[in-house]
Design a protein around this ligand. Structure first.
Ligand code: NDP
Length: 443
C-alpha cells in the first residue's frame, strides 16, 4: 500500500465521523503522490502523519444569556493545525452546522493556502455552532464575549491570529477584540478583519472577492482569454460573493446570479450590486427582497445557480455547493472557467468532471487566498504601527494572487499535470511547509 493510502486509512480510522476532514485530506494527499514518491525523506520523517494531525484541538463551552434571560450553551473550537512557517492563522466560523470535523477540514486546507501566499503564516481555524442570524446585537455581543473569555488563553499576535469567516464579520470581530483587550490589557494584532478605526487594514473587506478575480484573470490570460464581455454566475451573497461580483463587473464581466441559504436570484441584465449590499450588509435581510429593487429579476428557492448559462462560475457560499449535476450543466452550457471563492465548494466528483472536460479550474486554496494574504498584511501593519493606503494593499494583493497562480501552474507542470491547479496548488503549498518541518526536526 502506498504511503498516501496508508496515511489516509489511519486518518479515517482515527477521526471517525469527520467526513469533511476526510474529504479534504483525501483531495490533498492523493494529489501529492508525485512529490511524495520523489522525496523519500518525507516518509522517513512521518511528514504526512504529522501534517494531518493538528498540533492541538481546543474545544470549550460557550454559555450566554439571550434577551429573554434564558441561558444557552454553544460549543467553541480552535484547531491549531500547523505552525511550521508562522503563527497559526485562520478564520472563525459561526454557523449551526459547525462541528470539529468542519473546523479540521478548514484548518487543514488553511495550512497549504497560507503557505501559497508566500507570507509567514501557519494554519488554524476555529468557530462555534452558534447562529448569529436573527440574534440581537446584545445577544451577539454576549456570545462573542463568552467565546473570547475562553479563547484568549490560546491566541496572541505571535501565537495564533484568528479572523472572520462565515457568520463572523466586522461586528463579531469588534466584540471579540474588545473582550481580548479588556482581559489581557494588550493592544496587539491578535485578530484580523478589524474595523479601520482600531487597526484594521484598508482593502481587507474586499480582499477575498477581489483576489478571486485577480487569480481568475491571471488564469484566463494564461490561456489567451479575459473576463471582458463574459457572463459570470456567482453563488452566495456574503463578504466573498459581494466583492467578487464587484471586481468581476469592474473587469468587464456581467454577473447574473447570486444566492443565500434560502434561494437564488437571476438577473439577466446584470445584478444590481448596490441593491444586494443594501439587503445583505445594511438590512441583514433575505434575497427574496431583491425583486422589490428589480421587478424583472427571477427568484428561485430550489436548485442551484449553476444551471444558468454562464462563461465563468464562481462558487462563493459554502462547501459542497457545486455537485456533479451542476458540473454537467456547466459543461453543457459551455462554461470555460470555475474558480472557487468558498472553501471546498465543489464536490470531488464535480471537480474531476470539470477538469476532465477541459474547464479551467482554480481551487479555493489558491483562488480565495487573497483574504488571508491581506490579513497577513494587516498583521504587518499592526506590527509596524502603520496604516497603508488602499492602493498599496490592493497592489500587493494583486501581486500575491498572480504569484499564487504562477506557482501553482509551475508546480503542476513540473510534476506532469500541466494546467491542473488542484495538483499544482497542493504541491506548491505542501512543499514549503514540509521542508520547514524537515528542517525543524521531528516535533
Ligand atoms: P458570509 O457569512 O459573509 O456569507 C456566506 C454566504 O453563503 C451567505 O450568502 C450565506 O447565506 C451563504 N451560505 C452560507 N452557508 C450556506 C449553506 N449551508 N447553504 C447555502 N448558502 C450558504 O461568509 P463569507 O463570504 O466570508 O464566506 C463564504 C465562503 O468563503 C466560505 O466557504 C468561507 O470559508 C470562504 N472564505 C472566506 C474568506 C473571507 O475572507 N471572508 C476567506 C477565504 C475563504 P445566508 O445569507 O443565508 O447566510
Amino acid at each position: 500500500m502506498s504511503y498516501v493510502s496508508e496515511t489516509l486509512e489511519q486518518l479515517i480510522a482515527k477521526n471517525p465521523g469527520e467526513a469533511e476532514f476526510h474529504q479534504a485530506a483525501r483531495e490533498v494527499l492523493e494529489s501529492l503522490e508525485p512529490v511524495i514518491d520523489a522525496n523519500p525523506a518525507y516518509r522517513k520523517n512521518a511528514i504526512l502523519e504529522r501534517i494531518t494531525e493538528p498540533d492541538r484541538q481546543i474545544m470549550f463551552r460557550v454559555p450566554w444569556i439571550d434577551d429573554k434571560g434564558v441561558a444557552h450553551v454553544n460549543r467553541g473550537f480552535r484547531v491549531q493545525f500547523n505552525n511550521a512557517i508562522g503563527p497559526y492563522k485562520g478564520g472563525l466560523r459561526l454557523h449551526p452546522s459547525v462541528t470539529l470535523g468542519t473546523i479540521k477540514f478548514l484548518g487543514f486546507e488553511q495550512i497549504f493556502k497560507n503557505s501559497l501566499t508566500g507570507l509567514p503564516i501557519g494554519g488554524g481555524k476555529g468557530g462555534s455552532d452558534f447562529d448569529p442570524k436573527g440574534k440581537s446585537d446584545r445577544e451577539v455581543f454576549e456570545f462573542c464575549r463568552s467565546f473570547m473569555t475562553e479563547l484568549y488563553k490560546y491566541i496572541g499576535a505571535d501565537v495564533d491570529v484568528p479572523a472572520g469567516d462565515i457568520g463572523t464579520g466586522a461586528r463579531e470581530i469588534g466584540f471579540m477584540y474588545g473582550t481580548y483587550k479588556k482581559i489581557t490589557g494588550l493592544y496587539e494584532g491578535v485578530l484580523t478583519g478589524k474595523g479601520l478605526t482600531y487597526g484594521g487594514s484598508l482593502a481587507r473587506t474586499e480582499a477575498t472577492g477581489y483576489g478571486l478575480l485577480y487569480l481568475t484573470q491571471a488564469m484566463l490570460e494564461a490561456h489567451g482569454q479575459s473576463l471582458k464581455g463574459k457572463t459570470a454566475a456567482i453563488s452566495g451573497a456574503g463578504n466573498v460573493a459581494i466583492y467578487a461580483a464587484e471586481k468581476a463587473t469592474a473587469l468587464g464581466a456581467k454577473v447574473v446570479t447570486m444566492s443565500d441559504s434560502n434561494g437564488w436570484i437571476y438577473d439577466k441584465d446584470g445584478i444590481d450590486l448596490a441593491a444586494v449590499k443594501e439587503i445583505k450588509e445594511v438590512k441583514r435581510a433575505r434575497l427574496t427582497e431583491y425583486k422589490n429593487y428589480r421587478p424583472k429579476s427571477e427568484y428561485s428557492a430550489s436548485g442551484h445557480v449553476w444551471q444558468v448559462k454562464c462563461d465563468v462560475a464562481l462558487p462563493c457560499a459554502t462547501q459542497n455547493e457545486l455537485n456533479l449535476d451542476d458540473a454537467k450543466a456547466l459543461v453543457k452550457n459551455k462554461c470555460t472557467a470555475v474558480a472557487e471563492g468558498a472553501n471546498m465548494p465543489t464536490t470531488a466528483e464535480a471537480t474531476e468532471y470539470l477538469i476532465k472536460n477541459g474547464i479551467l479550474f482554480a481551487p479555493g486554496k489558491a483562488a480565495n487566498a487573497g483574504g488571508v494574504a491581506t490579513s497577513a498584511l494587516e498583521m504587518s501593519q499592526n506590527s509596524q504601527r502603520l496604516n497603508w493606503t488602499f492602493e498599496e494593499v490592493d497592489t500587493r494583493l494583486h501581486g500575491i494572487m498572480v504569484n499564487i497562480y504562477r506557482q501553482a501552474a509551475a508546480a503542476a507542470e513540473k510534476y506532469g499535470h500541466k494546467d491542473n491547479l488542484v495538483v499544482g496548488a497542493n504541491i506548491a503549498g505542501f512543499t514549503k511547509v514540509a521542508d520547514a518541518m524537515l528542517a525543524q526536526g521531528i516535533q
